[in-house]
Design a protein around this ligand. Sequence first.
Ligand code: FMN
Length: 382
Amino acid sequence: MRLSSCHNFHDFRRIAKQRLPGPIFNYIDGAAEDEVTYRRNTAAFDDCDLVPNVLRGVADVDMSVTVMGQKLAMPVYCSPTALQRLFHHQGERAVATAAGKYGTMFGVSSLGTVSLEEARKLSGGPQVYQFYFHKDRGLNREMMARAKQAGIQVMMLTVDSITGGNRERDKRTGFAIPFKLNLAGMAQFALKPSWAINYLTHERFKLPQLDTHVDMGGGVMSISKYFTEMLDPSMTWDDVAEMVKHWNGQFCLKGIMSVADAKRAVEIGCTGIVLSNHGGRQLDGSRTGFDQLAEIVDAVGDKIDVMMDGGVQRGTHVLKALSLGAKAVGLGRYYLFPLAAAGQAGVERALEQMRIEIERDMKLMGCTSVDQLTRQNLRFRR
Ligand SMILES: Cc1cc2nc3c(=O)[nH]c(=O)nc-3n(C[C@H](O)[C@H](O)[C@H](O)COP(=O)(O)O)c2cc1C
């Protein structure tokens, strides 16, 4: 199957599955425990139908939005994800460049494989730095200073990962960083020699956001150890309030789900929240961002920018979220499978398809700008 025959999420996923060793494909594709939340993320959009208006003169569509002070040419952004150079040797470089070309925002993860400074140079689009909270407060401040220095526009603190999710697919394959594959996992790598050649003939794997602070190189620190030993499970709202003050700019919490927490985020001076369950990878059985949107927008939508992510595969999903009041929508696996399938060309094709779908869907809805999408255009089935 070739890139030119990829027309949707599922086509890209199929190529990614063909290209990647099983343990890596399952790391991307998998989620926590029974993966109920993962499935619900996409299914939630099907509980609601779009009610179009017609004959509205829709020759020119403007899908741009402004979120957390950043103007985006399209209402979707590439949510931060870890370990991208494992999926394709171009990794974050491909995503940063593609996002820049499409005039949108992208995130670099704390567990990113390209430095936030290098990504900043590659992209004209706004950049998010996805951050975890460390026990060492000095380290937190140092990392924020580094991000400021690099010209990062938005700080995004992930708050749904206070402990690692129970990802059983990874347990079965032995997926971990550094690699600790079991026999079955190793056999899966042997089946994909072209991935291995590609991986081994490019620069050494590193985690440049962390390696000045944490020794990942010699296998001294694994990612799971990083989570248990370096990150602070006692983090509270007071700690985050201090960070928000210290950053003194656009600050967003990723992984908010309750109205109470959304209100706290406003109180401590955050400028954005992302309703997210981490793509179903953390608390299985938790609610979806889309299902929580209406009540959170009603509670705080006039005081803070509300975004959502999880399960987005189609332009119509984006339109439904915007109609409920989301300011922008995050994409995860939607761009990761194309990255794995074909690097930058894959991510660009996926973003182009999303752009075309949103434009077509807005025309079919009778809308020429995002502010015309309202709850009047939606009906829930139950
Ligand atoms: C392989 C993978 C790695 C991820 N790594 C991170 C990460 O390092 N930090 C983070 O905040 N979220 C991470 N996420 C979550 C995404 O930012 C986003 O919330 C999620 O993928 C959205 O769901 P979707 O994949 O269904 O679009 C990751 C998701 C995936 C699939």
